[in-house]
Design a protein around this ligand. Sequence first.
Ligand code: G6P
Length: 613
Amino acid sequence: MCGIVGYTGDKQAAPILLAGLEKLEYRGYDSAGLAVRKGKSLPEIVKAKGRLIALKEKTNAGKAIHGNCGIGHTRWATHGEPSELNAHPHATEDREVVGVHNGIIENYQELREKLIKKGYSFYSDTDTEVAVKLVHYYYENYGQNPIDSLARAMTRIRGTYALAFMFKEYPEEIYVARQDNPMILGQGVGETFVASDVPALLPYTRQVYYIGNQEMARLHKGEITFYNIDQEVIEKELIEIKWDAEAAEKGGYEHFMMKEIYEQPRAVRDTVNAVLKNGRIDLSDAGLDEKTIRSIGRIYIVACGSAYHAGVAMQYVMEELARIPVRVELASEFRYRNPILEENSFVIIISQSGETADSLAALRLSKEQKIPTLAIVNVVGSTIAREADHVFYTLAGPEIAVATTKAYSAQLIAGNLLSIQFAYAKGKLDEKRYKELIEALQKLPEQIQKVLDDEKERIQWFASKYANAKDVFFIGRGIDYAVGMEGSLKLKEISYIHSEAYAAGELKHGTISLIEDGILVVSVLTQKELYEKMISNMVEVKCRGAYLVAVTMAGNYKVEDTVNFALYIPETEECFTPSLAVIPLQLLGYYVSVSKGLDVDKPRNLAKSVTVE
Ligand code: G6P
């Protein structure tokens, strides 16, 4: 969601800014812009609505804009429509102060009115223009000191932000400030960078600083100075990024999503192996010992989007194995419903990015109530990872496609590992069963690979036939319902087909009235005990005209008497089937999107990391 890139050094800035913005395209955006200055000259600002290619064409791939210091931005509209006028960077009329911003300034109306009274006028609908003019107000009235003016503005602004500014009297310098919005600073030799995420920096440097909340920094060529809100200089630790740059490239695949689907066996294997020591699960890296686990009486899992779906699956596994009551909640609901968290509760936040605004707020709310928190996070050093009491890292690696696949799969595995260990610590598993469950987890990577190998082509064929579907339903019972939720989201988010997931037993209470000739119904049925009940529900929709697809266990070939198209997954422990059943559903979403000629990796209106409410 919005992307910031900044550069100061000896090279021409614009091509570097454009290349960095390209690496952040996955975050989702609808317009883009650059501000670049050459020495002491005023910055040149160029903006364009739509994809980055428009900005590249306007600037001859950046070559037409001269200067060695600049900031760039991709905007995902919040205040004001996507347009060139509303695109960042924003500036004062005299271009004394120029800035870009990610996040939302909640009190922007009030600040705007105050500034109007001071003689300012506004050309855009954005909260960012308000921030720029507020900083300018302090800059002009309090001695033209960038850090002082940013600090004063920060005490007035309510909301979330990552800000990057340039000030006329400070050539070759960029000033940044942060509150609850991702931002990292890159240290090069004779050059420095700022970006919203690591991939934008990887071609230039692996040495980065994480800037904390309510902190600021001054970037000069090769030099970064950090300040706290009291404007005191503070020290930060330089961190080396260990990712392989190729991990954030397509590596021969047509889309990141397909590459990431194929990385799932590796993501699952790495996540399991990281906590297995001598054949046993060891959660000491997450700071979870048996005593802590035994004290847990109730678990709240809180997350958004696919991470929420991983949480729904985890609820079934945790309750089944560890017999600990679990409640799963959408972070955006949890944070505003004044939840009653009992003393022996434990809150688990699941988040790929570790930056999702609602999930972060849920984490903070739990901490305020003195409830211990565990974050299942993919991005090392992200805000949620830094603030949670315990962290379990999924090792999916950088995920670029907006629609998550490998991070979701790694979250499922994290949920399984925690459930097994919690069950063991609570005395619900004997040694033999403990080992069997771990062995089943270790087998999942090769089984995922098998589903990919066996079913990919059939799904591709099927997707091309059904790409024109208007409505699709995903049905399942128990943990299969959790998988259906994820399958439905995958399809709708990248193919723009209306799709819903329904608990199969609930269909009769209204939704079945929507079933008519040719409606696609995808049924997930992996649970022995619920198999016949599922078949009954499937027959009910079939006789009303539905076209039935089933995802079930290899061996259940009799399902073909009922369904039009069947997909099979290998045998595993019943509570681990989501890891396999989701694979055909991901492929279905992918191939329908490809058949429709859509932008698979960057679906309309969506953002990878949702840093606003
Ligand atoms: C966005 C992404 C989803 C993701 C959700 C939660 O909507 O498009 O793929 O599941 O945010 O993100 P998180 O980073 O917290 O897992």
